[in-house]
Design a protein. Sequence first.
Length: 164
Amino acid sequence: MLQNLKIVLVTALILLPSVYAQENKNVPTSIPVDSFGKANGEDRSARFDNFFIQLKNQPAAMGYVFVFCGKTCRYGEIESHFRGIELKIAGSRFDRERIVVIHGGYRDNQEVELWLKPKDASPPTPQSTRNIKHVTFKTANRQIIEPYDCCDDISGQWKAFRPK
């Protein structure tokens, strides 16, 4: 009897999301725009510029950025990405209120995901694939900002940066 009840509950949990999705076909969903691993500042800058254009074309949408550390992660690595992203947003004069930046967790390789959330959609959720117990942390190097823009010395920009 208990075994049958477990089977019914598991089946209901599996089927419930698909039934809900069928009933709410008109509900918009968040859209993955881009994802990339280790990249130089020029590549990151181009990807974020494209992301900003897509957000400008949909004024009611929100942007979500998930930053994932890899299976080997430097102490402060996620924070250095956050600083670089903040500088890119400020340097592009994009509305900071329209972008949410989140530590996504851990994956096999370092990765950044860019998502577009339409007005009535539910926000995307980061999908971590590696438990923190299986991540090796290393001492940080001297670089404290990952560049998300090309060609400029970012350390001076960070000192002058004043968030609103």
